[in-house]
Design a protein around this ligand. Structure first.
Ligand code: MF3
Ligand code: CO
Length: 260
């Protein structure tokens, strides 16, 4: 069931979203080659708890998948061929030339905010830089379609079309989602699809839109050794950007900062 949020609920989500944006701003300014992904995670968790909030991902158990181990961290930090759900570790160091997707969710005042950015460390391959820039633009184009009266897959097709215009590959088995008092609500928001299909968007729907786009041909992200992390099938790099937004009748309102 897709819920429509009241303006009171949206006010609360704006607070959660602002906190997510602050965490990502902090990490963006602090991340350096040589740091471990665990250091980033600790920084994020401290910041969130200092602001009377709880990390949304910590101890998260996917619905309908109770066999999976609860997610152990505040952030997902996914490097290069890792698409999403990289688990921070004291053994994992970020290096010059890496692209690092940092995904953060916070729960505050009864509502979640969820956003991700892909950071580029130092000099990187030109093609990989193009991937990162195009993925960020995919998100912008998806958000531009999140207008009341449009249909859900207008968002999806805008993302897919832009990614394909570069010959990049859309990861199809990972999707965006509705968000609110639950981290994952209806509807699923795929990053590919046919224009003019899917449910009608209505003012007050809150969505986490999150394109995951890869170099190469992989259309799926697969788990490595049964763990949380999902990687491209061909080992090529993947980028990921996410915002939590509210569907409005004019232009969508972005709740997780101004970054794009
Ligand atoms: N933004 C991601 C998602 O919506 C991060 C979830 S991590 C999890 O799926 F641990 F909560 F699953
Ligand atoms: Co999300």
């Amino acid at each position: 069931m897709i819920t429509i949020k009241s303006e009171r609920e949206i006010d609360l989500m704006r607070e959660s979203g602002a906190l997510v944006a602050q965490v990502l701003d902090l990490l963006q300014s602090e991340i350096r080659p040589g740091m471990t992904t665990k250091q980033l995670d600790i920084m994020a968790e401290e910041y969130i708890r200092d602001h009377q909030a709880i990390p949304s991902f910590l101890n998260y158990v996917p619905k309908g998948d109770p066999g999976v181990t609860p997610y152990p961290s505040t952030l997902c930090v996914s490097i290069n061929e890792e698409v999403v759900h990289g688990v921070p570790s004291a053994k994992r160091v970020v290096r010059e030339g890496d692209i690092v997707s940092v995904d953060c969710g916070v729960y505050k005042g009864g509502y979640h905010g969820d956003a991700a950015r892909t950071f580029v460390l130092g000099m990187i391959d030109e093609k990989v830089q193009l991937l990162v820039d195009a993925t960020s633009e995919c998100l912008a184009r998806g958000i531009a379609m999140a207008i009341a009266g449009n249909r859900l897959h207008d968002i999806s097709s805008a993302i897919e079309d832009y990614a394909r215009s570069y010959g990049f590959s859309v990861i199809e088995n990972m999707v965006g989602h509705g968000i609110g008092s639950e981290l994952h609500e209806d509807p699923a928001v795929p990053n590919y699809g046919r224009k003019n299909t899917g449910v009608k968007l209505r003012e007050g729907m809150t969505l986490a839109i999150e394109p995951m786009i890869a170099l190469g041909r992989s259309r799926r992200a697969v788990s490595r050794r049964g763990g949380w992390v999902a990687v491209t099938e061909d080992g090529k790099p993947s980028a990921h950007f996410e915002h939590t937004i509210v569907v409005r009748s004019g232009k969508a309102e972005i709740l997780t900062g101004t970054f794009l």
